[in-house]
Design a protein around this ligand. Structure first.
Ligand SMILES: Cc1cc2nc3c(=O)[nH]c(=O)nc-3n(C[C@H](O)[C@H](O)[C@H](O)COP(=O)(O)O)c2cc1C
Ligand code: SF4
Ligand code: SF4
Length: 286
């Protein structure tokens, strides 16, 4: 009788222990599922500025890999985003940021989150990433991750456009795939200490350079230039572009005009036009 009783007790104890172990396993699984759910729900927004599509393509690739969305930095945008991952993708101009990107970050009111910046450049990324870090530090934030990616050099007013657009685009895409992977793992590679900042009050010497633009009689009043200008610097007067001296020199109007009617002085008439092969003009309209 006593043996039967102790055996019964032992069986109950084993049952109790097994139940407890199952409970703990289920609770841990639920915790893991919640964590994964949090990860999936996390907001990733990639702000871009782009004239000829290199930076737009990079932003699209990153957003796709990270399950996020893209948004234009067209002035005057001043969004407020809380938490999540927030990124900036832009071309390097004169070793630094396009003025519109500088203004966009200054005007925006971001809180918390993981911040990343990706600069597309033709030859050297210069101090563009440091500048984003400095602008974010001014807001009490700071950059977590920064990278540069060599892309097609598009400054048609300064030099001719090369033939190797497809090859350069393929190399850009490959490099971006690696960068997007690092961003999705929330890699950190930027020192947020304030002494790593650089001057961010650069004078915009490019704004009135549109005085050098000409429009030939080949213009068919299609309005493409006004739609593609990322800073609304073109108004149509009798169907022809009128430049308002708030230019970023992004070269979009020259590069995308279907008639090759816009030129910079007498420098660009014979130069081939460029845009990223995977980007269409409409992709850049907002
Ligand atoms: C006004 C201007 C200045 C530029 N300055 C630089 C530079 O300092 N260093 C560099 O490597 N590329 C420079 N570039 C090349 C662009 O950074 C590069 O082609 C970029 O990928 C263009 O991006 P987008 O297609 O998104 O406009 C410049 C281009 C322009 C139009
Ligand atoms: S894009 Fe070219 S053709 Fe069209 S309105 Fe502008 S200048 Fe004229
Ligand atoms: S006017 Fe032309 S070069 Fe200047 S910002 Fe607009 S699209 Fe770019």
């Amino acid at each position: 009788m006593f043996i039967l009783f102790t055996n019964c007790l032992r069986l109950h104890a084993i049952e109790l222990l097994t139940n407890m172990i199952f409970c703990v396993i289920i609770q841990e699984q639920e915790k893991l599922m919640n964590l994964n759910a949090d990860k999936e729900m996390k907001i990733v927004i990639v702000y871009y500025f782009s004239g000829t599509g290199n930076s737009l393509k990079a932003a699209r690739d990153i957003a796709e890999k990270c399950g996020g969305s893209i948004a234009s930095m067209r002035v005057p945008a001043a969004p407020t985003e809380s938490g999540g991952a927030i990124g900036f993708v832009f071309p390097v101009y004169y070793g630094g940021l396009p003025n519109a990107v500088r203004q966009f970050i200054r005007q925006s009111d971001f809180t918390g989150g993981y911040f990343f910046a990706v600069a597309t450049y033709g030859a050297m990324s210069g101090g563009a990433i440091d500048e984003v870090n400095a602008l974010l530090l001014d807001k009490g934030l700071g950059l977590d991750y920064g990278a540069g990616v060599r892309a097609y050099p598009n400054y048609i007013a300064a030099y001719p456009m090369f033939r190797n657009a497809q090859r350069t685009a393929a190399k850009q895409d490959k490099k971006i795939a690696g960068i997007a992977g690092e961003i999705s793992r929330e890699t950190r590679n930027v020192n947020k200490k304030p002494d790593f900042t650089r001057k961010t009050d650069a004078v915009n010497i490019l704004a009135s350079k549109d005085c050098g633009f000409t429009v030939s009689d080949d213009c068919v009043n299609c309005g493409m230039c006004a739609k593609i200008c990322p800073v609304g610097n073109i108004e149509l007067a009798d169907g022809k572009p009128d430049f308002r001296h708030g230019c970023e020199q992004c070269m979009a109007c020259i590069q995308w005009c279907p008639q090759r009617a816009i030129n910079y002085g007498n420098k660009t008439q014979k130069r081939r036009r460029y845009h990223h092969p995977a980007v269409k003009a409409e992709d850049l309209f907002v």
